[in-house]
Design a protein around this ligand. Sequence first.
Ligand SMILES: C[S@@+](CC[C@H](N)C(=O)[O-])C[C@H]1O[C@@H](n2cnc3c(N)ncnc32)[C@H](O)[C@@H]1O
Length: 378
Amino acid sequence: MAKLTFAIPTLLGVEGLTADELRRMNMEDVRVENGRVFCQGDIKDIPRLNLRLRTGERVLILMGTFRATTFEELFEGTRKLAWERFIPDRGAFPVKGFSLNSALHSVPACQSIVKKAVATRLGKVYHRETLPETGALYQIQFSIMKDVASLMIDTSGPGLYKRGYRAVGVAAPLRETLAAAMVMVSGYRGRDPFCDPFCGSGTIAIEAALIAKNRAPGLNRTFSAQKWDWLPSSAWVDAAGEAMDLEFDGNYDIWGGDIDPEAIRIARSNAVKADVENLVRFEVADARSFSRTEPYGYIVSNPPYGERLMEKREAEDLYREFGRTVQGLPTGWKFNILSSHTEFERTFGRTADKKRKLYNGMLKCDLFQYGGKKGKKG
Ligand SMILES: C[S@@+](CC[C@H](N)C(=O)[O-])C[C@H]1O[C@@H](n2cnc3c(N)ncnc32)[C@H](O)[C@@H]1O
């Protein structure tokens, strides 16, 4: 099969990390745009990317890109693409997408035009008036940005942040892909102690354990493309084998604390589901009395932001007290703290060495980075 172009949507601010991951996986022609990254590869990369990407949101096959300012252009541009290369005659192909800053702004109308164009093409190729759509799912996604349409097929199914380890119904959890991005940005490599003193359901510490062990985050779940006949199951077995061969064996000092015993119970159960319960310790603990004596270490954390006014004050008091506490840590400790609170640095008591804009869902946050004294790496 000829080369495929993949489009990997990402959370805003994470694109560069996803591009690095793709380069480390030897993907070709890696290109970054706002909120998505492109690369080239072949069909065996579908399982590799789905199993191993930590920060990408899903893996899409890019079918084509063209300018579309009218429904006719959208129909014709879509109809010309070789959908039969991927979608068999019984394949189900629902359509979803979005439009931004474009003449074609009605998403439901674009959806039905794309659907009609693909059905026209496939009906002609498969000599059918009606396509049964009783087979595997080939979810079509489109984006129209500044009048340029991109047409894609989703290989992932549920978003890649759904690693399969997290309990449902947890309050204010961090998306797994964002937690992984925070750990990657911190520079943690598995050597020094790693702590999240506001761990909630444990997402950051669990992602740190997966990173320390170099375990592929997708090994415990399934993907849409596993049901595709033209993608042999041996490709999934080979990709899983390749991923497992890359795992490290080691002892890691990864700790999560939270003041809420229920959060700790959930974090522990999530760690069991993620199969990292031997690598992470979770404890009920007040972050205001956090202390460690090792010369180097990492704190990567997502404390409460305090969205409402009263809570905002409480969050400020918490940052102030936590800031005082961590001043007592040895100087080799690095902090990476995510907050949407505009007064974080002032109340924490130190100006960050670096700030990185990240989005926690729709909420614009900063990752406040404090470097620590230079020493061993990771
Ligand atoms: C935004 S949530 C963290 C969510 C977490 N990253 C996750 O993915 O589930 C903030 C957490 O800080 C905890 N917390 C609040 N005050 C605390 C304190 N003084 N010490 C430790 N934890 C505290 C809350 O119980 C809550 O679980």
